[in-house]
Design a protein around this ligand. Structure first.
Ligand SMILES: [Fe+2]
Length: 266
């Protein structure tokens, strides 16, 4: 790993402070999805799932990616490669958002359709924001057209695709929103700090960091009455996605040539 560490203190909050902020948001979150100190907190199975996401998220924040962002050890080339993968994943995520709505049937819970539509409205335009971010950070339109997701970026897309297609719409909601958006809050905050160290354009990342905190709580009201089977499926998908995200970050930190050599040796 190349190192261009700076001695200046990082403006990025450590994991414990980040967790406190977002967890405070979740703690205030009642079952109707709107924060209010006068409403009861989530209880029962929904609360157990939120606790699982909290602990999995805490573990993910110990990934070296967050340390490298804080310490400034990633060089500009590595930073740009990460934004390229973000662009690729944003294309995949947009397809998943529309697919959730396209596959919705009359027998499904109309509340999940409402949440999915709201989520799509919030996320539309993010692909263009990442494209603009890459162009303003020096990536040519020709290179943009040649970009492709790395293996684990595609694997994450594939896992979410299988979840949207083959799990219940409630499980898909937990995957697409409760997990992915919560990861997004921390990931985009850390990435923004890292990009700013290189004086890179960060509008797309900053907007995501701000918006994902609100996105992460969308649809929590759906977790009021969970059947045992749904609860087990949600737990499985939550732990799988966090494990997969660790592999995604590992690969995003791996230089392209080394990544290809590993594939050739496999
Ligand atoms: Fe989001």
């Amino acid at each position: 790993m190349q190192s261009q560490a700076r001695s200046a203190p990082s403006p990025l909050q450590g994991p414990s402070k980040q967790k406190k902020n977002i967890d405070a948001t979740f703690d205030r979150m009642p079952l109707d999805g709107r924060p209010s100190s006068r409403r009861p907190r989530m209880a029962g199975k929904g609360a157990a799932l939120m606790e699982l996401i909290r602990t999995e998220n805490e573990a993910l924040l110990t990934h070296r990616y967050f340390d490298l962002c804080r310490s400034g050890a990633l060089d500009r080339g590595q930073a740009l490669e990460i934004v390229k993968q973000l662009f690729c994943f944003s294309v995949c995520f947009e397809r998943l958002l529309t697919l959730r709505i396209a596959r919705h049937s009359a027998w499904m819970d109309p509340r999940t359709l409402r949440v999915a539509r709201e989520h799509l409205r919030e996320e539309l335009g993010h692909v263009d924001m990442f494209r603009k971010c890459l162009r303003e950070n020096g990536v040519s339109s020709e290179e943009l057209a040649r970009l492709s997701p790395k293996m684990f970026t595609t694997a994450l897309f594939g896992y979410l695709l299988a979840t949207v297609l083959h799990e219940t719409d409630l499980v898909a909601n937990v995957a697409m929103i409760s997990v992915m958006e919560r990861i997004g809050v921390h990931f985009f905050r850390a990435t923004s700090v890292m990009l700013k160290r290189h004086d890179m354009q960060t509008d797309a990342v900053d907007q995501h960091a701000e918006e994902d905190e609100g996105h992460a709580t969308m649809g929590l009201e759906l977790l009021t009455s969970l059947e045992r089977r749904t609860l087990m499926d949600c737990r499985r998908v939550i732990t799988d996605l966090y494990r997969l995200m660790g592999h995604v970050l590992d690969e995003w930190l791996t230089p392209e040539r080394q990544s290809n050599e590993r594939l050739a040796a496999a």
